[in-house]
Design a protein around this ligand. Structure first.
Ligand code: MF3
Ligand code: CO
Length: 256
């Protein structure tokens, strides 16, 4: 069931989104070669606390895994696409492509966003992958307006993947968000323009393109039962924003 939210609710989600943005910035600042991923999670914990926000991820257990999520944020390095667990035994090194994903709850409402960056010196291919994934999110947000359909958002993501020959994992994408982190409708990263749910004012969704350098769309789940990696081992990038669809167009709720 799709729920439409009021401007009063957008405002609370904006507060959650602000906590998310602040946390992502703090984690990014702390990410440098030699830093263990668990230390980034500790930075996230501190920042969320400062913002009076609660992690939406900690303890979360969707149907596809038997393990409650064990950390504050997801940190997905290189071939890990999404849901990377910030393990203490993984240490950042120069050139790593790092996605950080944060969900936060404030006043009963959630915000969810992700960024990808390269630690230290970036090679040209990594820069191209990160830039294309960021552009896919921008294009998809621009399509999130009343009168359009869900397929317009999905297609905006897909066309950037195709133009660059990147893979996009089957079965993973964005979602409705509000009083729960994951709500209807799904926001697929592939679709046909002009098809699917008609977008109406008050729809609040998380849009999350994820691309990888290899052309296939297959994934594998790592031993921690959470981290989703590319089957071909190629590096991945992932960006996400929480967006409210308003009469004036998209309003991004997870900006700083
Ligand atoms: N943004 C991701 C998603 O919506 C992050 C979920 S992490 C989890 O799927 F731990 F909460 F599942
Ligand atoms: Co999400």
């Amino acid at each position: 069931m799709v729920t439409y939210r009021s401007p009063r609710e957008w405002k609370i989600m904006r507060e959650a989104g602000r906590a998310v943005a602040r946390t992502l910035a703090a984690v990014r600042d702390a990410a440098e070669p030699g830093v263990p991923l668990a230390e980034l999670d500790a930075v996230a914990a501190r920042t969320l606390k400062e913002m009076d926000a609660r992690s939406s991820f900690l303890g979360y257990r969707p149907d596809w895994t038997s393990v409650p999520y064990p950390a504050m944020v997801c940190v997905s390095v290189n071939e890990v696409i999404v849901h990377g667990v910030p393990h203490a035994h993984i240490t950042l090194k120069d050139g790593d492509v790092v996605s950080v994903d944060c969900g936060a709850e404030v006043g009963g409402y959630h915000g969810d966003a992700a960024i990808t960056f390269v630690v230290g010196e970036a090679d040209a291919d990594a820069e191209r992958l990160v830039a294309a994934t960021a552009r896919a999110l921008d294009d998809a947000i621009a399509a999130a307006r009343p009168g359009n359909r869900m397929g317009d958002i999905s297609h905006a993501v897909d066309r950037v993947a195709r133009a660059n020959g990147y893979g996009a994992p089957d079965g993973w994408g964005g979602h409705g968000i509000g009083t729960a982190m994951h709500e209807d409708p799904g926001v697929p990263n592939r679709g046909r323009p002009g098809r699917g749910l008609r977008l109406r004012e008050g729809l609040t969704i998380a849009i999350e393109p994820m691309f990888h350098e290899g052309g296939g769309n297959e994934t594998r789940v790592l031993d921690d039962d959470w981290s989703i990696a590319t089957a071909d081992g190629s590096r991945a990038a992932h960006f996400e924003h929480t967006v409210a669809i308003t009469a004036d167009g998209p309003r991004v709720l997870t900006l700083p």
